[in-house]
Structure formats: C-alpha cells, structure tokens
Design a binder for this molecule. Structure first.
Ligand code: ADP
Ligand code: MG
Ligand code: MG
Length: 524
C-alpha cells in the first residue's frame, strides 16, 4: 500500500544519501588514534617476517615500506621510484607509455643520473646500462626488476624492520585485531534475501565506507545444517583477492546472526539487466566486457583450485562504476590436493549445469566454463540455450536437451565448452576478446560500457523482503558457540587496509603521528 511505498522511499533516500557522504565529514565527528606502540610487542614477536606479505601484498605494509625507502637514502629511494614508474609504464597506453619508457631510461639507467640504480651488479647492471628501445621490456621487466626486488628483500627490508615505519605498521596491525560488533556500522535498507537471512547495506562509522552485510540466522543455519557450508563460503571469500569477485572485509557475529560484510554492489545483478531494463538482452559491447571480467574472476578461483559451481547472470553483480564481480560463493568448493578428480556431487542451477554433472560423472573446473557459456548465450539472447524465456519445463527435460545438444554439437552453442570454446576462453585468446586489454582490465583501468545511475536503487522495494519467520524450535549449545567463534574472525587484512587508505584514514592518522614526532624533535 501507500505506507509501504513511503517506507521504501525513506529507506532509499537514506541509503542513497549515505553513499554520497564525504569521508572527511564522517571522520570529523569521530576522532581515532592508533593503539600505543607498547601494546604491539606480542605482535612484533609473532608477525611472520615475509617480504611479499609485509611489503607487497598488505596495502598499509607496502605504503610504509615505500615511505621508509624514500626517507632512507638516494639508493633505496631510486629502487622504490623505479618499481613505481615501471608499474606505470606497464599499464600505460600509447604516448603515455612511450613517455614513461623514455623517463625510466634517462632516470634509472644512465650512470650520471642521481637516481641511477647503483645497487645493480653483474649482468643486470650491464644490460640495464645498455638498454635500448627494443629490449626495454625484456630487460626491465625481467632481470632488472628481479634484481631490484632481490636487493630490497635483503638490507633495506631488514633495516625497515628496525625503523619507526615498521613500528607504525605494527600499530596498524594491532588496531586491525579489534573486535567487530554491530556497533561498528550504521545499517541501511535490505538489498536482497538469501537462504539464511537478508543482505543489507551498512556503513562503517569511522570511515563512511559502504558495504553489503549478508546475515545468516544462527538458528536457521543449525536447523538446515548449513553451518559447514557457511564456514566454507566465508573461508573461500577471505582467501580470494580479485577485482572480479566480491571481497570479504569483516566476519563477525551478534546474538542471532553470523555476518559477512562484503563489497557493496549497487548496480544490480546481470539477470535484472538482461530481463528487466529496456529491451531484453544486452548490447554486445557489454556482453564482452562482463564476460572478460567474469572469465578473469573464474580464472582466479581456478588458480586456487576452487570451483565456483554457481555461474549464472543472477550471481554477477555490478558496482557503482559498472564493473562486475562474482558473488554468492555458497556452492564453491576447494578441489582436493594433488588435483585428483573431484567427487560426485550434483550441484548448480538447472539450465546452467554441465553434462558431466548431469551424467553424475566426476568433474573439475570445466563445469564453470559450461555455465559461463550458457550465461553468455543468455546475455545475448535473453533466454537459456536449453530453456526458452518463461518456458515452463521440467528439470529432466532441460537435462535431456543439454545432453542431446552436446552430442549433436549444434550451431547455436558454439561458445559452449563442449565445442572447444573453453580452451580459448581460458587463455582469453578467443577473438570474442580481441578488443579487451586484459592487463589493464585486471588493474581496473578499462572503462565500463555502461554506468549505473547514482540516483537509482537497483534492488527490489523493501516491502518485498518482509516477514522471514523466526526459527523457534532450535536450541544453541556450546558446540554451536564454538563454531560461531571459528566463523567470527573480524577484520580481513588486505581489503580492510585498502579501506583505511582509500578513506583517507591512513594518511590522517599518520599525519597526527608525524606532528607528534616533530614536536618531540626526533629524527628518523
Ligand atoms: P544466498 O547464498 O543465501 O542465496 P546471496 O549471497 O545470493 O545469498 O545474497 C542474496 C541476495 O542479496 C542476492 O541475490 C543479491 O540481491 C543481494 N546481495 C548479495 N550480495 C550483495 C552485495 N555484495 N551487494 C549488493 N547486494 C547483494
Ligand atoms: Mg543467491
Ligand atoms: Mg548461496
């Protein structure tokens, strides 16, 4: 009725306004400071001294190590600047790329230059000084980059660990260990409904950053024996780190629910875009762009021996810029070690399931390529290859058609893996992708062909999510509590550190410390 309409309007207004919020404004109201250094002594002893993790993978670690290099001496600073500029060159295009190349040669390769890479020795040094336009990529991305990394890993890395920059890193890590509760967030409208509870929008009070929070009802989980799967979903989500898969940032619990706080995808799912917006189907440009991102996301999962098993347009969500990510990893599984063939389990969604699943055979990652093939077909034709739009059809009829079609090798499904399309998709060498620069795509630098409007809420009205019945006939015991603890691990390092940097929190807290250091006139 009208009241429901009004509720929806109010909820949408609050939700849209929160997204426009200026991070600085939010933070002014809540001053924060890092925990005292003395408190991080346990951490100092416990933290694994791994270069890749401390100085490359963790965004805050990387920033502080870089700051250390720039502040130390000419040689360290040159190494840091060189890697940065090489990275820019690597991702640049056209004239910008050419300029970056010339700049690198002049700055770092000529013995007279103040930022000459003086730590290079042997063949790396020789080749660097003699580098030409032609062998630039081979030399710089190869030997010289490797030698630079090897250099940084030794003396600079060990000095860094004795520096105030590393102290600061430990303070951030200490802060990262905080317990997360409901009070950490503001809550906004419901965005969707899952099997164990709703998904709603939330905002981190300290930073203003918006996320989606997937809530799993503890009693419902127990009643339907969903605990093991929920934990698996959480463990897989925290392991993956891809621009094309939703990121998990916090996992915590309250009295009634387990909560997964993930990237907020405000642009709606691809099923909605195929069937509900304008003419059915999608422009080819969009199909290709999304398929390129999805393929990259699936490859990331497969590289960790994870099979997604639920590839379909409904599970692909768009963010506010129009880039997409895979979501709902509830059916994903980790393949057993040694890459042995996977056990028989029938899992997936009717219409997208591969013949090897339908025939109850052993299968591995191939099933994701099949499902992607079906999804591409659906994006183009606004129907499934084995099920017409709105066709009422039994599950075993879809199975029959799938198996028959595969044996007939019909023309209509050229992209399906049975016809060898999978191999091309996997290598991303299919001519379908000829206009996609995967290198730039993976850095998030390829502009989306379609951008969601910032004043539209791409979700069902709030009143469509009401009344999920309460589960009463289930008692929670000590064993359940143990499981909830195992689930509620709090902050996920990498995406959380990214939040601290992107929201400006990192710079702000460091400035405070900088001022403090100056006032005590201690020099680093
Ligand atoms: P379930 O595994 O129980 O099916 P999902 O993960 O599919 O739960 O989430 C349920 C619904 O919530 C989705 O269909 C989608 O509408 C919405 N949703 C899920 N994740 C997000 C997200 N990260 N951003 C925005 N909406 C989301
Ligand atoms: Mg779902
Ligand atoms: Mg699920």
């Amino acid at each position: 009725g009208d009241l429901a309409g009004l509720d929806n309007l109010v909820a949408n207004t609050a939700y849209l306004r929160a997204q426009q919020v200026n991070h600085k404004e939010v933070r002014k109201q809540r001053r924060l400071s890092l925990p005292k250094l003395e408190r991080s002594s346990t951490l100092r002893a416990a933290v694994k001294r791994d270069y890749a993790s401390l100085c490359e993978l963790q965004p805050i670690g990387r920033k502080l190590f870089w700051q250390f290099l720039l502040a130390s001496n000419q040689q360290y600073a040159a190494a840091a600047e060189f890697l940065e500029e090489l990275n820019i060159w690597d991702l640049a295009e056209d004239e910008a790329k050419e300029e970056a190349k010339q700049s690198i040669i002049a700055k770092f390769c000529k013995a007279g230059s103040s930022s000459f890479l003086s730590y290079l020795t042997g063949e790396a040094a020789e080749r660097c000084q003699a580098v030409s336009e032609k062998d630039f990529e081979e030399v710089m991305m190869g030997k010289v980059r490797k030698a630079t990394r090897d250099f940084l890993k030794r003396k600079p890395f060990s000095e860094y660990q004795k520096s105030p920059f590393f102290d600061k890193f430990l303070q951030w890590k200490e802060y990262e260990n905080q317990r997360i509760t409901d009070r950490y967030f503001y809550e906004f409208r419901t965005l969707g409904r899952g099997g164990f509870g709703e998904v709603c929008a939330v905002q981190v009070k300290h930073t203003g950053k918006m996320y989606a929070c997937k809530k799993l009802d503890k009693r419902r989980l127990k009643k339907k024996s969903g605990e093991r799967m929920a934990l698996l979903e959480k463990q897989i989500l925290e392991k993956v780190n891809s621009l094309f898969i939703v990121n998990l940032v916090y996992a915590y619990d309250n009295k009634t629910h387990l909560c997964l706080v993930m990237s907020l995808m405000t642009g709606g799912d691809l099923k909605f875009h195929i069937y509900e917006l304008g003419p059915r189907g999608m422009r080819m440009e969009r199909v290709i762009y999304y398929t390129a991102q999805i393929t990259t996301g699936i490859l990331h999962l497969h590289s960790m021996d994870i099979v997604y098993r639920d590839m379909k347009p409904e599970n692909v969500l768009l963010d506010s810029q129009g880039q997409c990510r895979l979501s709902d990893l509830g059916l994903a599984v980790v393949l057993p070690k040694g890459k042995t063939i996977f056990q028989k389990v029938s899992a997936g969604t009717t219409g997208y399931m591969a013949p090897e699943i339908l025939r109850q055979e052993y299968y591995r990652t191939s099933v994701d390529w099949w499902a992607l093939g079906c999804s591409i077909y659906e994006m183009v034709a606004a129907r499934l290859p084995f099920r017409d739009f709105r066709e009422k059809v039994q599950e075993d009829e879809v199975t029959r058609r799938t198996l028959e079609d595969e044996s007939e090798q019909s023309q209509s499904t050229k992209l399906l893996p049975a016809q060898g399309g999978a191999e091309c998709l996997r290598k991303r060498s299919h001519k379908f992708f000829q206009n996609i620069n995967f290198h730039r795509l993976e850095a998030g630098l390829v502009e989306p062909p379609w951008v969601p409007r910032s004043d539209v809420v791409y979700a069902k009205d709030t009143d469509e999510f009401r009344d999920m019945s309460e589960v009463k006939d289930v008692e929670l015991d000590a064993k359940d509590e143990k499981f909830f603890k195992e689930f509620s691990t709090g902050v996920v390092s990498i995406p959380w550190q990214r939040e601290m940097i992107d929201s400006g929190m990192f710079d702000e807290l460091n400035e405070d410390c900088e001022a403090e250091r100056k006032s005590r006139s201690c020099v680093i």
